[in-house]
Design a binder for this molecule. Sequence first.
Ligand code: MN
Length: 208
Amino acid sequence: MPLETYRAKRDFSKTPEPKGRDPRPRRRGKATFVVQKHQASHLHYDLRLEIDGVLKSWAVPRGPSYNPDDKRAAFQTEDHPLEYASFEGVIPPGSYGAGAMIVWDEGTMRITEGAEDPIAALSSGKLAFVLEGTKLKGEWALVKLKGKKYQANEWLLIKHRDGYVSADWDVTEEAPWSVVSGLTLEGLIEREIRKLESVKKPEVRGPK
Ligand code: MN
């Protein structure tokens, strides 16, 4: 079951995250990608690529960089359902991944290396792709780290050299907001607190 791990980690009566439908492989058209900025126990950026009907996912602690010399650690996590791409909100305390999440970037994705069989490319540990997002553009690669000192989920996210590279423009610093709501993580948290404060509490009536 492709989403078994994703569902086993979550209690959908508690988290606002989507349970998701079962994988629906896309036969034509461009695939989607999303990057969600997630303030869990540690801040990270979740890069998700639509492959084989699910969102293949990596947690990137420092986020993407337009500098090809910045090789950003990326830890592969469980496959997420396609519906997850639009999730923005607060995962409640006690739940897996508790904390706030915004849709930091989204758009379309086209595999440039490994396209004929992306699953085999992931198994062999190299995938290159072009992103057409609001913030992320151009060609990027995910390369798996191999060797005894690395764990099985350790990859690197690297910007390929093309017309979009920049050695000194930090996209995570310059563009911290959600491309869906315009909110920063802090703004989203403030909005959620205001919602909680506006909830009318029932009056307590004493015994008659
Ligand atoms: Mn995450």
